[in-house]
Design a protein around this ligand. Structure first.
Ligand SMILES: *Cc1c(COP(=O)(O)O)cnc(C)c1O
Length: 375
């Protein structure tokens, strides 16, 4: 009762983010061994971290490395990122995952009542980040589940937002937009509006029309590009992401950033995985093959799906996905139903190892044929 009167109204109104179910939790619930469970729910790389990253963090398991605070400025990682991105260290802000960077952006730039835009069916953290700081989030209508940047342009005739969040490719849809669509939007965006371009899955997409956000930074000082080590680099458990922006924006983000937000092992692993291009290419190649295989499988099943350019495939079922999600859980398969994204009939399946994907397909087919009403 008292707490209810104390909590900030914007926090009280938050719907908590629902993460993919952890393997050990399901193992406990259904009495399976953890190794018998297939998790294709959180878009992690099935190959995990590069051996170079693992060797670096194993070497750091010492009293002197872990007994002390991490480098709060992340000097070595920023130096490696500076080489990787071609931007100077003062343009980089490190995050405990890129999720942390998105929250920092909201904290630094969105005042209570400020308007922020994101697309319908966009990554859920944008809405949460905006709501947490008392901002007013506006969802811009999508087209066939994809961001429609022309709709963002049209919306300027009604209001000018403080921040626009864009995901390219987007999660949970796997859709993307071209360089020309992005540039068209940036050209009409006033300099008083910050554009956050979330490139969590950029490593997976190879289309020549796909824009490199970092290459656009010098033309658009109101642009902030965010990236992560959680997806193609396989470091999701270590929590490292970053933003690249003008030094001025980075300075403000670093003021709200917790002083030691990225831990010692995360810093080291991220630094070392950047130089292991072979491991990254292996993850990308595996994803390309397996995504193509899963897409062909969906076609053969006569199932609708959203064309994906990331490391997951979103299937459109002809029934609420929650039902089949729960049935699959009982078989030890964790995927992601998308009712929270306004897509109650969609199921997102992360691309795993070949045997994991095959196993998902088999169990999914069994479930569908055992559904009441199936022929
Ligand atoms: C996974 C994801 C992120 C961030 O993940 P972190 O682990 O916090 O770096 C950001 N944006 C999108 C669209 C994602 O899917």
């Amino acid at each position: 009762m008292t707490v209810k009167t104390l909590v900030s109204p914007s926090v009280a109104a938050l719907q908590p983010y629902v993460p993919g179910k952890p393997i050990d939790e399901l193992a406990r619930e259904i009495g399976f061994a953890e190794c018998a469970i297939i998790k294709l729910a959180s878009n992690e790389s099935p190959l995990g971290p590069s051996p170079a990253a693992l060797a670096a963090i194993t070497g750091a398991l010492t009293y002197s490395d872990l007994g002390r605070y991490p480098d709060g400025n992340g000097f070595a990682l920023k130096k490696a990122l500076s080489t990787h991105t071609g931007c100077s260290a003062e343009c980089i802000t490190l995050g405990n995952g890129s999720n942390d960077v998105l929250i920092q952006i909201a904290q630094a730039f969105i005042h209570p009542g400020d308007v922020a835009w994101y697309s319908d069916h966009a990554f859920a953290i944008y809405r949460l980040a905006v709501q947490q700081v008392g901002g007013a989030g506006v969802a811009i209508p999508a087209t066939d589940y994809a961001h429609n940047l022309a709709h963002f342009q049209l919306a300027f005739s009604n209001s000018v937002p403080k921040v626009i969040f864009l995901a390219n490719p987007n999660n949970p849809t796997g859709t993307w937009f071209t360089r020309s669509a992005l540039v068209n939007l940036l050209e009409v965006t006033p300099e008083t509006t910050l554009v956050v371009l979330d490139e969590a899955y950029c490593e997976y997409i190879e289309d020549p029309e796909y824009p490199d956000g970092i290459a656009l930074l010098s033309h658009y000082p109101n642009l902030i590009v965010t990236r992560t080590f959680s997806k193609a680099y396989g470091l999701a458990g270590l929590r490292v992401g970053y933003a690249v922006s003008s030094p001025e924006i980075a300075d403000y983000l670093n003021r709200v950033r917790q002083p030691f937000n990225v831990n010692t092992l995360g810093l080291l692993a991220a630094e070392h995985c950047l130089s292991d291009k072979t491991h990254l290419q292996k993850a990308i190649e595996l994803n390309r093959q397996e995504l193509a295989k899963m897409t062909t499988w969906a076609q053969r099943q006569g199932m609708s799906y959203i064309e994906s350019n990331a490391n997951f495939l979103t299937l459109e079922l002809e029934q609420p996905a929650q039902v089949i999600f729960e049935k699959l859980l009982k078989k030890g398969v964790i995927v992601r139903p998308l009712q929270d994204y306004g897509m109650p009939n969609h199921l997102r399946v992360s691309i795993g190892l070949a045997r994991e994907n095959d196993s998902f397909c088999k169990r999914f087919e069994n479930e569908l044929t055992s559904m009441p009403g199936a022929e």
